[in-house]
Design a protein around this ligand. Sequence first.
Ligand code: SF4
Ligand code: SF4
Length: 348
Amino acid sequence: MCQSLTQFIKTESRRLGFSLTGVTTPDPPPHLSTFENWLALGRHADMDYLATERSLQRRADARCILPGCRSILALGIRYPNPALVTPAAEHNSTGRIAAYAWGLDYHVVLPEKMEALVHSIQTHIGYAFPYLCYTDSGPILERDLAQQAGLGWIGKNTCLIHPRLGSYILLAEILLGIELEVDTPFEADRCGTCTRCIQACPTGCILPGRTLDASRCISYVSIEMKTSIPLEFRPVMGNWVFGCDICQMVCPWNRFTSPDEDAFFSPNRVAAAPVLMEELALDAQAFNQKYKNTALMRARRNRYLRNVIVALANSGYSEEKFRSLKLMMNDPNPLIKEHASWAMAQWT
Ligand code: SF4
Ligand code: SF4
């Protein structure tokens, strides 16, 4: 193992904008059985790709993904704490977007930074080695690896929490074919007796054992669910139109974080609180133009507008809103029509 190389990598990683860097091994992650039980109970909703045999094997041993993997770099990069950015007085007809999606899409930003880091390492040591970069992009237990690499603990809300930086952190990993000095796992559970996230979750989807019922989580429902939103969730979604930050917003470990986030995730590119009536007017072309290179592209226009309609219904009646929803009945997409019809029925 090489201490000076590990130090070089950590310094370089910091220079590239990663707030947290740790090293762990490709050995099976400690919470693998928890994940397997979670799958067995069907808590992964319709995300069947999580449960394939190939995916399970790869999660159990990173060497199935990268033969010759000898170390794993766990990386964390900060995004804005909504408590420090969102205007205090909210208009009652604005939506809310999860803070990680306010800036450029991390699926684009993080791989570029990771590639730059690998390039620096290879230049530094003078030879190429096999590697693979991941950010929410493959069968890896990201939070487990981050905890094993000493980045923080997994909170009851299932987020990775750093004792100083809180949980507004995006995780990424690089599997490396070189051996590095391994960090000490973060063993402490600093949640203690706190249950704030469990009490605050509007759908009650936070389960024991640091797991969620994904099918009930607003993040899943608003982004991944391609069908009609079940009636029971519509009122409790409030004004969340893409993701949900509630279980992080109430977490005491996010109270003292500084607004020192990476510029790539600044809230300039996407309004943190879009005006719902304006969003209703987005056709596919306008949506793609407005949200190009942001994580909102994952929901696409139709799913996003479906969420906007639900948020509008939850924001209270006005004649103008009712008229706009009536116009949405002319939309060619059946999902939008159905939600618009439901929304109008809430007010009649
Ligand atoms: S993201 Fe929202 S719905 Fe999902 S667990 Fe957290 S509070 Fe609950
Ligand atoms: S709100 Fe409390 S229980 Fe939930 S993750 Fe934060 S510290 Fe842990």
